[in-house]
Design a protein around this ligand. Sequence first.
Ligand code: ATP
Ligand code: MG
Length: 948
Amino acid sequence: MAASMAAAARRLRRAFRRSPLWGGLSRRPFSSEPPPASATAVRDAFLSFFRDRHGHQLVPSASVRPRGDPSLLFVNAGMNQFKPIFLGTVDPRSEMAGFRRVANSQKCVRAGGRHNDLEDVGRDLSHHTFFEMLGNWAFGGEYFKEEACRMAWELLTQVYGIPEDRLWVSYFGGDPKAGLDPDLESRDIWLSLGVCASHVLSFGPQENFWEMGNTGPCGPCTEIHYDLAGRGGAPQLVELWNLVFIQHNREADGSLQPLPQRHVDTGMGLERLVAVLQGTHSTYDTDLFSPLLDAIQQGCGVSPYLGRVGAADEGRTDMAYRVVADHIRTLSVCIADGVCPGMSGAPLVLRRILRRAVRFSTEVLRAPPGFLGSLVPVVVETLGDAYPELRKHSAQIVNLVSEDEAAFLASLQRGRHIIDQTLRRLGPSDLFPAEVAWSLSLSGNLGLPLDLVELMLEEKGVQLDSAGLARLAQEETQHRSRQAEPAQERGLQLNVHALGELQRRGVPPTDDSPKYSYSLRPSGGYEFGTCEAQVLQLYTEDGTAVASVGKGQRCGLLLDKTNFYAEQGGQASDRGYLVRVGQEDVLFPVPRAQVCGGFILHEAVAPEGLKVGDQVQLHVDEAWRLGCMEKHTATHLLNWALRQTLGPGTEQQGSHLNPERLRFDVATQAPLTPEQLRAVEGTVQEAVGQDEAVYMEEVALARTAHVPGLRFLDEVYPDPVRVVSVGVPVAEALDLASQAALQTSVELCCGTHLLRTGAVGDLVIVGERQLSRGTTRLLAVTGEQAQQAREVGQALAQEVGAAAERLSRGSQDVVEAQRLSKDMGRLTDAVDTAVMPQWQRRELQATLKVLQRRANTAIRKLETGQAAQKTQELLRRHSEGPLIVDTVSTESLSGTTPAFTAEAWALAVCSHMGGKAWGSQVVAQGTGTTADLEAALRTARAYALNQL
Ligand code: ATP
Ligand code: MG
């Protein structure tokens, strides 16, 4: 019966998931119940129930940005912040170490990683990218299954008044493959609470074994579902509340390890609960969303939201309502917590969310420009009381959303135009060219996500050349990895013949001054100019000069001028694209530019023919360029800070940077100490914190000759030369009397720099090694990456602190001591490889070395003690017999440095008898002669007792 019911319910649930309807559109409040509670009242009732009736401590929601946990993109469940408790690594000095029973309402984002609901959002009526999770926890066995189930049942049926017959529960049916038994205990608890047997179902690990990510704490769970149909017929179930019994940890190798203690971890989606209590089948028909839906209707002047899904939702208007309402909540919450739309990781996900919202609002709902930003105050109004950080940052949220919306709209318009133009050239059965799709997404300027391009094509009924696209993606990956470890490979070059020919023809060097034409907008963003130029010469891959190139050809392009920065002075080349003037719909991707004898050669793949004399317009990839500017200014600050810390004679020996990281080689007598590394970071942070102006100016080389403190590398500089000075105008910096170059960073440099230092954000040195005698290579990251490195460092320091505390408590148990020793090993590996501050790595490595030694000594002592005890026992038991056959387990005694070895023992005894001995740590033999055998045996016994 149970099995067939389970199968039926599983089918139902699957069907339910496929069909996004929550059973219909009508609102049916429970007739005899009090009027539907507001979301605020529902949230409050949850918290006060656990605080007042069951003695839980209330804790605030953690930020949606995971702190020091690189395994997550966003916080996806209430339990995330308690992970150190589950893993037993919580710092015993922290407040969290004292948590026994707590409850909260946690902001969760499920838009990436293991829990990703982005695709469902808009299509169904129960999934959001941002939602609130109500949860209660019992740590270290404070209470377990029975109390957890009882409290949940009491809250739902008595406090919220949900009829019992509308609730169904599921429990873990076991997983023979993983050796996990069914959780019959939970089943019996539900039956004892009066849940009707037909409403108790079991499922496998897919449904009822909860995991936070690919690694981390996990365990069997029991879930409470609500039947939306409620007519006694086939149930339509939606999951309301998940009660997880955390007992294991999923290790990196995929195995399950038991945790030292057991814990209760529960989570219930507030939006779904409110929908149930407000008698509706959709989370969107609640007071959490209706103010947003109203604002959308008013702002766009569209027909009202009707709650339709799937095919019934003609023109996808209702889906658009839902996507926009959902996404603006996610954007607001994330930005308030410091995750802003950006280029990689969680920021990139957020950028996609923003762009998805813009598309639906403008294309389906015909929203006016700036519309998304206008919804932010509505979000703040509905959620600001529960999460005050939204109020605090509301102006910043509006600004960021509006800026990004405007940028995307411009790209979208251009992208649409390019697609239309391309389609006109295609035959009816042609695939859409991969190069065009790729070029739409390649550049930070257009930056249309590929999936969006595909969607736009799908709407036009055209198919994309996916195989071609996969090839391009692979090439891009290879190119990136080359950029990350700078170019051994030289790319297209002008050979001596080509150079000679250009000089003979009197072609002037490329004017690349437009690379410096960018400015700072009042809002803080950078504005980059475009550049129009003429094609002077084309080259094939083997360097032959040609007058034209054909479709699909990789070629070198020489122009009269350019705004591309060609790789030099340690700064990576720009990338971007160019278009032919008059034919803006064909993008020529330019992955790099190189300088040869004053000429700048652009590498390009021509999607169309191109010939000498053509006029082109150049666009650099702005995100990439900005990344280089950030790292280059950071490199100057680092150079300056090193001199401040190590002395004025400190010499730079080389550097290289790209948007991912910077590398800096410095002449040193000895490796930097952790204190010096910290001091260097501190000096850079100070300069960043002051957000100083960065001055750049070209001056006659002669003016730079005798300026004390001015930095230049041992290389040939052009005349005039560019001077980059932080905080002091160039003229003043070069004034011999000012001594300014001794007090701030002043360098000769042709790189492109930030106009103010603040945008560096932060700098962390994450690696340091000796390149050769006297040269130290430093690796550093900036901005968001630096923040993350600090958080990872802090998290690891806490883990090491907690491990030290556990060790100092001592243990009488060998297994426990061995586990601790293994933990030290695991921590050592983590510290060795993490991207974290180098000074902290060194400190933690030193601490861990001591701890590891102490842990090993502790094990040896315990084992030696045990072995001695066992030996005594054996001797006692067998004192009469001539022979002992038994085992003594001494794992660590056979390790590398046992104090008491068989060989040493034999040697001690035999040399006493004038003989010799040989053997290993565990078996030995020897010879000797003596008249007094008793004395020899006494020696042997005395030696052994002394060692044990
Ligand atoms: P579902 O199967 O419905 O996606 P889940 O198994 O992913 O849910 P859990 O990870 O157990 O959900 O999360 C606990 C609770 O959080 C769920 O019972 C549900 O009430 C709520 N919840 C989960 N995902 C979402 C979401 N994307 N939007 C709104 N609420 C959610
Ligand atoms: Mg889910």
